[in-house]
Write a protein that binds this ligand. Structure first.
Ligand code: ATP
Ligand code: MG
Length: 327
């Protein structure tokens, strides 16, 4: 089977709809056709300050949400980044392969550092660790949201650079970025991506929101001037975002949905979408809470995943250490 690898940071109690639609749903789809490795990025999480108790809790909560959303530990290898030491070990080698200029040009670094008072060195070297996360497993394909396109491009460059200098070592992976769902926008600010680390309580739909807050958030979503329900991300970013969400939660095409709402008002669309979201997310929320009742079992799944990931990652790491001349 072709291999795939991807991760999500443990930076909040609940994943949001952008993570779900842009990443997690792809993960679930690919586990059927790929040798799949999915990890909870707790090492990436500490590039900005995290409370240790929160981080531990969020790591387990993120794992529970992976499984509740449909990842099957029998099919996918699910693990925690810090439990596989090859990740930071390869990262060091890749940091020494990356130029300061390249790292400083990353838009995620520019965006996130602008928001921090204390900018950690890890925030700058983040993409080298991400390249290590990926290249250790030699995957053909990496499913991510649009915001990670630039990091994937850097990963490919680092793989090619290393291969050129030290001989064929890494598979150069393709980014898998879904055209329609790779960027879900904030409901209150449809110019910005929905994000865990931005304080936008009404703009972000959390997977673990209850029916009441889901409904409230969707009904208060910012819509656009005019009243026609049409898919036009430039002129109507708010309504278009709602249509994208509607489409991905129902599996129906945007055109089909637009046709159904011809002559209707924004309020109709929001009313129906709220019901659809409640129906789609309630099972995920319930299953997550069930899984969190048995943390020892979750930890066992993660330990088994880490052992499996470690075996493969160590082979790549040994090869790299040997090639760069580490004795
Ligand atoms: P943070 O704000 O802490 O960076 P995040 O919401 O960006 O959190 P990540 O853990 O950084 O989430 O990203 C996990 C995956 O989810 C990545 O593949 C990323 O591209 C994808 N993703 C994040 N936000 C969105 C979004 N709004 N729409 C679609 N995909 C998204
Ligand atoms: Mg992010």
């Amino acid at each position: 089977l072709p291999r795939t690898v991807s991760g999500i940071q443990a930076t909040s109690d609940s994943l949001h709809l952008g993570n779900y639609i842009g990443a997690l749903q792809q993960f679930v789809a690919h586990q059927e056709s790929h040798d799949a490795f999915y990890f909870i990025a707790n090492m990436h999480a500490i590039t900005v300050e995290q409370d240790p108790t929160d981080l531990r809790e969020r790591t387990l909560r993120t794992a529970a949400q992976f499984i509740a959303a449909g990842l099957d530990p029998e099919k996918s290898t699910i693990f925690v980044q810090s439990q596989v030491p090859a990740h930071p070990k390869l990262s060091w080698v890749l940091e020494c392969t990356t130029s300061m200029g390249e790292a400083g040009r990353m838009t995620q670094f520019k965006d996130k550092s602008a928001k921090q008072e204390h900018v950690s060195l890890g925030l700058l070297t983040y993409p080298a660790l991400m390249a290590a996360d990926i290249l250790l497993y030699n995957p053909q394909m990496v499913p991510v949201g649009e915001d990670q396109r630039q990091h994937l491009e850097l990963t490919r460059n680092l793989a090619e650079r290393f291969n050129y200098r030290f001989g064929e070592t890494f598979v150069v992976p393709d980014a898998q970025i879904m055209k329609t769902t790779a960027k879900i926008y904030d409901l209150q600010n449809p110019g910005a991506k929905m994000s865990k680390s931005l304080p936008s309580p009404l703009g972000r739909i959390d997977l673990l929101d209850d029916a009441k807050s889901l409904t409230k958030k969707i009904k208060s979503a910012v819509t656009d001037d005019g009243k026609e329900i049409a898919f036009d991300p430039e002129a109507k970013p708010g309504v278009s975002n709602l249509l994208t969400i509607y489409s991905s939660l129902t599996g129906r095409s945007v055109d089909d949905i637009v046709a159904e709402y011809e002559g209707k008002m924004y309020g109709h669309l929001k009313f129906d979408l709220a019901e659809i979201a409640v129906g789609a997310l309630a099972p995920v929320r319930e299953r997550t809470n069930e899984l969190l009742q048995d943390r020892a079992q979750l930890q066992r799944i993660l330990d088994a995943g880490a052992a499996k990931a470690d075996e493969i990652a160590e082979v790549t790491l040994r090869d790299v250490y040997d090639k760069v001349g580490f004795i």
